[in-house]
Write a protein that binds this ligand. Structure first.
Ligand code: HEC
Ligand code: HEC
Ligand code: HEC
Ligand code: HEC
Length: 109
């Protein structure tokens, strides 16, 4: 009985942790539901095209043009065509893809 309660609490904690990381959380806090990314059945695969359906790429590049030391949304290597999931995870901690080689002090939301 006691053991089960602990397991349930641990599971709840795990779920809470998973739900609080990644871009999905930003969006659900703004009132966009799961379907806004996962489609009408709520289970569809989420691709870069899903993101750019709402975040128009040129506008995105323009909105971060003054980010120092360089615009994360455009680079000499990948242009503006790097997959969003290289940095912004759906349900996990974001990453700074560029820092495999550079030292850019980005705060990836
Ligand atoms: C901002 C877009 C976005 C929203 C909103 C969103 N997700 Fe996701 N979800 C993703 C992305 C991207 C992935 C791919 C894996 C990853 O990056 O974590 C994913 C993966 C998943 C997966 C793993 C299975 C798979 O298809 O890979 C589940 C389950 C899931 N999401 C459930 C949900 C639920 C439930 C909600 C609503 C509370 C939700 N998602 C809202 C973007 C989103
Ligand atoms: C249904 C439309 C929609 C989809 C699909 C969508 N977004 Fe958003 N997203 C928004 C809106 C609206 C905002 C708030 C206004 C803004 O910052 O552009 C936002 C905000 C953001 C932010 C800023 C969050 C912050 O706290 O500063 C990031 C990063 C982001 N989205 C990434 C993504 C990624 C990556 C995907 C694909 C996995 C995605 N979005 C899919 C509508 C969408
Ligand atoms: C190389 C890593 C990287 C990739 C790839 C990337 N982003 Fe970002 N993104 C960032 C960083 C870093 C910021 C925060 C910039 C800042 O400091 O304002 C950001 C900010 C944003 C914002 C908030 C913009 C604003 O006006 O403040 C949105 C929306 C967003 N990204 C969407 C996307 C989408 C959609 C894609 C794919 C088309 C994408 N990002 C690909 C790193 C990335
Ligand atoms: C696999 C390694 C690698 C990755 C990943 C990488 N770069 Fe680079 N990048 C380099 C190298 C090496 C140079 C130097 C090329 C030169 O000086 O001619 C460079 C040069 C640059 C330059 C021009 C010179 C400078 O340092 O100002 C910019 C801007 C740049 N990268 C942006 C980015 C951005 C933004 C990302 C992430 C979206 C990124 N890079 C990811 C290896 C990488």
């Amino acid at each position: 009985m006691f053991k089960q309660a602990i397991i349930a609490a641990a599971a709840a904690l795990l779920f809470a942790t998973a739900a609080s990381a990644g871009v999905a959380d930003h969006h659900t806090k703004m009132g966009l539901d799961c379907k806004s990314c996962h489609g009408p059945d709520g289970k569809g695969e989420v691709t870069t095209q899903t993101c750019t359906g709402c975040h128009q790429v040129d506008a995105l590049v323009a909105s971060t043009k003054d980010v120092k030391p360089t615009n994360p949304h455009v680079s000499p290597h990948y242009g503006n065509e790097l997959d969003c999931a290289s940095c912004h995870m759906g349900h996990g901690d974001s990453e700074n893809f560029c820092n495999q080689c550079h030292q850019f002090d980005f705060k990836v939301p």
